[in-house]
Design a protein around this ligand. Structure first.
Ligand code: THU
Length: 165
């Protein structure tokens, strides 16, 4: 048994850190994403999204979408959750759960968020959920195959551009 830390509560849950999460962990993470969804600031789209991001040491960071009157400045729930975690010193992630109000569809993260997730590795889990708690489990690399990541920047190039370029 391991202690799982959520923002204001501590609960005991089985640790499956080497593989996928237990059913209880997934259920809890989806609940956290649904709670985060209730904070969504989306007066323009009226499309609420919540995300809950789990670290290997079982910290959870949540985020919701935050829109803006200057439409293109809006930020997705997933990106807000990841940015919060990174700002608190976390760069390794085990899973992220995403929630929306779509009744018949699992919420599918936008391309930008897929790339944002991929920055922190291709092999971690994304739970695309419905409001009834059902979910589809995919990995970041399944959502974004043949991706471009930080490692690509240091791959062999035909020439090096000098610093002063
Ligand atoms: N949205 C997210 O927060 N995450 C996604 O993966 C899909 C889209 C938000 C952005 C915008 O505030 C609203 O949903 C409609 O696109």
């Amino acid at each position: 048994m391991d202690q799982v830390k959520f923002s204001r509560e501590v609960m005991n849950i089985k640790d499956h850190s080497s593989g996928h999460l237990s059913q209880d962990m997934v259920k809890k993470l989806i609940q956290q994403s649904q709670e985060a969804k209730t904070q969504a600031y989306c007066p323009y789209s009226k499309f609420r999204v919540g995300a809950a991001l789990l670290t290997p040491d079982n910290c959870v960071f949540t985020g919701c979408n935050v829109e803006n009157a200057c439409y293109n400045l809006g930020v997705c729930a997933e990106r807000n959750a990841i940015s919060r975690a990174v700002s608190e010193g976390h760069r390794s992630f085990k899973a992220i759960a995403i929630a929306s109000d779509l009744d018949d569809q699992f919420i599918s993260p936008c391309g930008g968020c897929r790339q944002f997730m991929r920055e922190f590795g291709p092999n971690w889990d994304v739970y695309l959920s419905k409001p009834d708690g059902s979910y589809l489990q995919m990995t970041v690399s399944e959502l974004l195959p043949a991706s471009f990541g930080p490692e690509d920047l240091s791959m062999k190039k035909v020439f090096d551009i000098p610093n002063e370029y």
